[in-house]
Design a binder for this molecule. Structure first.
Ligand code: MG
Length: 248
């Protein structure tokens, strides 16, 4: 069931969104070659908890970190640990804050120092596909308009689109209805209504659509071994258009 948020729900979610956005900002400021993915997780945990919130992902379905930290060929659900970041890597930091009963969820893929031109382009294009999709959000538009926008933008540029995972409604639960896929038909799916909150999160591979899960049961990687980018914002539907609740 899709939940429509009240003004007071939205106020809390905006705060939760700000805390999550702030945590990403701090990660960006502190990111250096030589750091481990666990170092990033510690920064995220500190920034979220010091604002009186709880990391949304910590313990979610049993996840062992405060953030999903996914490097290069890792698409999503990277478990923070001893993997060290090298110059030229990319790292996706996916996090959320649980604050006054409501969650936020956002992700950004950062370059570690200088990255290869085609990888930098993958990051720019994936981020732009998210903003193109956000621009498709308006009262009366369809979920398929969002999905189609991501698919078209990324497939035109020759990238692989991860279809096994998708965006989602969010509120008192991290994952609520509806699903927001990164592929679909314009003009199809449910109509967007004022007060809906959901996450749009393109997961885009440099080469090939295919992904699989590692034996740790969590980390999803590209079949091709190529880099994957992941950008996510939490969005509120209003009569005046989309509001990015996790704006940095
Ligand atoms: Mg999400």
């Amino acid at each position: 069931m899709v939940s429509v948020k009240s003004a007071s729900d939205i106020e809390k979610m905006m705060e939760a969104g700000k805390i999550a956005a702030h945590a990403l900002n701090v990660v960006e400021q502190k990111l250096r070659p030589g750091m481990t993915t666990k170092d990033i997780d510690k920064i995220v945990h500190h920034e979220i908890t010091s604002h009186g919130a709880v990391p949304s992902f910590l313990g979610l379905y049993g996840f062992p970190g405060s953030a999903c930290v996914s490097v290069n060929e890792e698409v999503i659900h990277g478990i923070p640990g001893s993997r060290r970041l090298n110059e030229g890597d990319i790292v996706s930091v996916d996090l959320g804050a649980h604050y006054k009963g409501f969650h936020s969820d956002t992700c950004f893929t950062f370059p570690v120092g200088q990255v290869a031109p085609e990888v930098r382009k993958l990051l720019e294009d994936t981020n732009q596909s998210l903003y193109e999709a956000i621009n498709a959000v308006q009262v009366g538009a369809r979920l398929g308009d969002i999905s189609h926008t991501v698919e078209q933008y990324c497939s035109e540029r020759g990238y692989g689109i991860v279809r096994e995972y998708c965006g989602h409604g969010i509120g008192q639960e991290v994952h609520e209805d509806p699903e927001v896929p990164n592929h679909g038909k314009a003009g199809h799916g449910m109509r967007l209504i004022e007060g809906m909150t959901f996450c749009i999160e393109p997961m885009i591979n440099l080469q090939g659509d295919g992904v699989h899960t590692l034996s740790n049961g969590w980390t999803v990687v590209t079949n091709s071994g190529s880099c994957s980018a992941h950008f996510e914002h939490m969005i509120l539907v209003t009569a005046n258009g989309p509001v990015i609740m996790t704006k940095r």
